[in-house]
Design a protein around this ligand. Structure first.
Ligand code: ZN
Ligand code: ZN
Length: 134
């Protein structure tokens, strides 16, 4: 927890206990959880937690580039910012996997025009687990 405290302080975020627990959960669970999943996982440890708090805390982390939001058509999921990577979404089980591919950077002409804040590269199809069950 001390590491998380330092990390949050370093990013000018007041390291409240709730914020640290939410960040720890994201760091330890690379499952790209939704707000609901985070709330359910932590409700017992943080009895005063609300979904609004989870949502606001995530927004704060996103604003400080600690967490990225993955916008899928039907839901938003959250991911601790680590190395650049892409995602693979299974159409059958909805699992979201990390794919170790760094998204391409902009070519010279485009990078003069645009400042990139985030890039989301999403593949979808059928995961290995679901290929076996057909
Ligand atoms: Zn699957
Ligand atoms: Zn990811």
């Amino acid at each position: 927890m001390e590491n998380i405290q330092n990390l949050l302080s370093h990013h000018q975020i007041k390291p409240s206990y709730t914020r640290m627990v939410i960040f720890r959960y994201l760091r330890d669970n690379h499952t790209h959880p939704t707000v609901d999943e985070i709330y359910q996982a932590l409700a017992e440890e943080l009895p005063t937690l609300s979904k609004t708090t989870v949502y606001n805390t995530l927004k704060l982390f996103i604003d400080h580039h600690l967490v990225r939001e993955i916008n899928l058509k039907e839901q938003k999921r959250y991911d601790v910012v680590t190395t650049p990577h892409a995602h693979f979404k299974c159409d059958r089980c909805d699992e979201l996997y990390d794919v170790e591919i760094a998204p391409p950077s902009l070519d010279e002409k485009s990078s003069e025009l645009f400042v990139v804040r985030d890039v989301q590269l999403l593949y979808h199809g059928v995961c290995r687990k679901c290929q076996k069950t057909t």
